[in-house]
Design a protein. Structure first.
Length: 366
């Protein structure tokens, strides 16, 4: 057996009601709240603000898929108070988490982080600590050291990756996802499923990540099927949150792989939600992975049954959830699709993939 290691320094708190312990984590520190201004977030925001001393500032002009332009605007609003911030509380989904990490990395100074992402300068100093409180079940960002930043003007997806961007603590309270509508529940859940499977067909996989990933995939698939029929199923909400947490622990050590590299231009150029963009082609990615690694094959078999039919089994699960398998359904033509896949194999996440390019199916798995 080859050598391997597992590391995740986030202090993890899980379960109904742990949200009310965030105040203890903040303590007497001067804090910045990063969240959404949308109406569904008001009760959560008010609940937090009612239990702890007022924040120095609230950054709530957060848009999905945080862009450099949006981050520059947010940093500008916070610049006058940046020196007084001791800790950042991120209350929201993946976009809020990624925004909080960007702000933490540069102490709310936009230029320093933007130049770092461009490879122009090193980013000195230690990031501000982040307390992560996810309100969706899927992103996993509360357990990773990465933030995804978008530059639509230049057609780029950028990754902020620093060891000091792990949250100091994550509070995963399934009750915060109770009002999430089905489209967001589905997209975030499929993001978690993608994290789990991508950590299996991954050159960085190890026994611990595989254990988390197998459990995560089972939780997510079962929970989504139940929530599709009853969004008020709180046990399923808890199961989905637990699955997303396990997937986050898995891919926090492996990174993602081919499906995520495929997804980036689909989100950037075709406007497809990230969770859908990285999950609709999972059966094809699985087909290319099968046979490359015995441990991965065993894991996939434990999730989907007979290995030879595992891609088809996953396709049926995705179809039952309403996810199309043909790239054309998202406006992607055949030539464009082939180019996206070819580029993905050569991308940084694609190089984590254990499968073979020549085994990637020419047509969607049916």
């Amino acid at each position: 057996m080859r050598q391997w290691s597992f590391h995740n320094p986030v202090a993890l708190h899980f379960g109904a009601g742990v949200f009310d312990r965030v105040k203890e984590q903040i303590g007497q520190r001067r804090w910045l709240l990063v969240t959404h201004k949308d109406a569904p977030f008001a009760p959560m925001r008010d609940r937090l603000l009612g239990h702890v001393h007022p924040p120095l500032a609230i950054a709530d002009a957060i848009m999905p898929n945080p862009s450099l332009a949006m981050l520059q605007h947010v940093c500008g609003l916070l610049q006058a108070r940046a020196d007084g911030i001791d800790v950042i509380v991120a209350l929201g989904g993946g976009s809020v988490m990624d925004t909080a990490k960007f702000l933490a990395a540069g102490h709310c100074d936009f230029r320093s982080v933007a130049c770092y992402l461009d490879g122009q300068v090193a980013l000195g100093g230690r990031a501000l600590p982040v307390i992560a409180v996810p309100t969706t079940a899927g992103t996993g960002s509360e357990l990773t050291k990465w933030a995804t930043i978008w530059d639509p003007e230049q057609g780029r997806k950028l990754s902020l990756n620093r060891d000091d961007l792990y949250a100091e603590a994550a509070f995963i309270d399934p009750e915060l996802t109770a009002s999430l509508p089905w489209p967001l529940t589905l997209a975030s859940g499929l993001d978690a499923l993608s994290h789990a499977l991508e950590s299996l067909w991954n050159r960085n996989a190890n026994p611990i990540t595989r254990s988390f990933a197998i459990a995560a995939a089972g939780d997510v698939l079962t929970a989504l099927a139940r929530l599709q029929g009853d969004l008020d199923d709180q046990d399923a909400r808890s199961m989905l949150a637990a699955g997303a947490m396990k997937a986050g622990l898995a891919f926090s050590n492996t990174q993602t792989a081919l499906a995520h590299n495929i997804s980036y231009p689909i989100t950037l150029d075709y406007g497809v939600a990230h969770g859908i963009a990285c999950s609709f082609c999972l059966p094809e990615v699985m087909a290319a992975a099968i046979g490359a690694d015995d441990a991965c094959d065993t894991a996939l078999g434990s999730i989907f049954g007979a290995l030879a039919q595992a891609p088809q089994a996953l396709r049926r699960r995705l179809t039952d959830l309403g996810i199309a398998g043909d790239p054309a359904a998202f406006g992607i033509g055949g030539e464009a699709w082939r180019g996206i896949v070819a580029d993905a194999f050569d991308g940084p996440r694609g190089r984590n993939f254990i499968g073979a390019r020549e085994r990637f199916p020419d047509r969607p798995v049916a």
